[in-house]
Ligand binder design. Structure first.
Ligand SMILES: [Zn+2]
Length: 279
């Protein structure tokens, strides 16, 4: 398989007004995020999610660097002259460097309805390259006293625990499966869980697309909630998180599939009746 960092390394953040670029974790100044280049400073930073605009507002950057107030921040894809991300250019790159595909993972990658940043998240998740606490510990960033799951369930946070075994987030999977009108006991690791969940879509292509997108959305919502719990006080209820999955998937699908012209209330009440439009 290709170097796990290849996707991230081929995207840079071009700063406009700086309001939607994260100072530490987006690759905007160098090819890699400042959090990676200046790990110790990043550890000390009180607000790890501060934006470039906010840092400039605090006086960082001085007179030599300025934000462009009339321009929005944007992602630049380095592998195509258009600077726009495309599945084709990504595949060309992977093929060119001789990597092999894992078909099971491919089902969850490069979904045209899923935003690029979420694609990156899924890619890192499958490769166990997210900065989960066990991974941070392996890299010496945190010590053994800081390994517990952000939900305070008492277990150590690693990939499989956080997303598939945690008692707290496990309830989110139950709420979502209830919304999708099925019940099941879920597997506790990413390989089996992804295969199992996608399999609930049966043989219908539309259903499989829907179940895949929803699976990705649940994971992304869990990851965002986990970060929120770590970096800011307060946490969403599981019901709120389930509602976020419904609205996120609604907009992803609506922006991508022309036949998906349902009202949000229809999607929320009976998602299965909307799946046929995913062609
Ligand atoms: Zn937990």
């Amino acid at each position: 398989m290709a170097d796990p960092g290849w996707l991230v390394d081929n995207i840079i953040r071009e700063v406009g007004d700086g309001h939607s670029t994260l100072f530490w974790t987006d690759p905007w100044l160098e090819e890699r995020p400042l959090a990676r280049s200046f790990g110790r400073l990043y550890d000390l930073a009180e607000n790890k999610l501060i934006t470039v605009a906010e840092m400039f507002g605090l006086g960082w950057g001085g007179v030599e660097m300025e934000t462009e107030d009339n321009m929005l921040d944007r992602w630049v894809w380095k592998l195509h002259t258009s600077q726009r991300y495309s599945v084709k250019s990504a595949y060309s790159f992977i093929t060119a460097i001789g990597s092999t595909h894992n078909e099971r993972v491919d089902c969850f990658m490069w979904r045209k309805s899923v935003p690029l940043k979420v694609d990156i998240f899924v890619w890192r998740l499958f490769l166990n390259r997210l900065p989960t606490k066990d991974n941070l510990h392996k890299r010496g960033v945190i010590d053994t006293s800081q390994l517990s799951c952000a939900t305070t369930c008492g277990k150590v946070e690693d990939n499989d625990h956080l997303f598939f075994q945690c008692d707290v987030y496990g309830c989110l999977w139950l709420l979502v499966s209830k919304w999708l009108r099925f019940e099941s006991v879920f597997h506790g690791n990413i390989g089996f869980h992804s295969y199992q969940f996608r399999g609930f879509g049966g043989v219908s292509k539309c259903y499989r697309i829907a179940f895949t997108i929803i699976w990705i959305s649940v994971l992304y919502i869990i990851w965002k909630d986990r970060n929120k719990r770590i970096f800011t006080p307060g946490a969403d209820t599981l019901e709120t998180m389930a509602e976020k999955v419904k609205s996120q998937t609604y907009w992803w699908l609506k922006l991508c599939y022309v036949l998906f012209d349902f009202d949000y209330s229809q999607w929320r009440q009976n998602p299965l009746a909307c799946f046929h439009a995913l062609v």
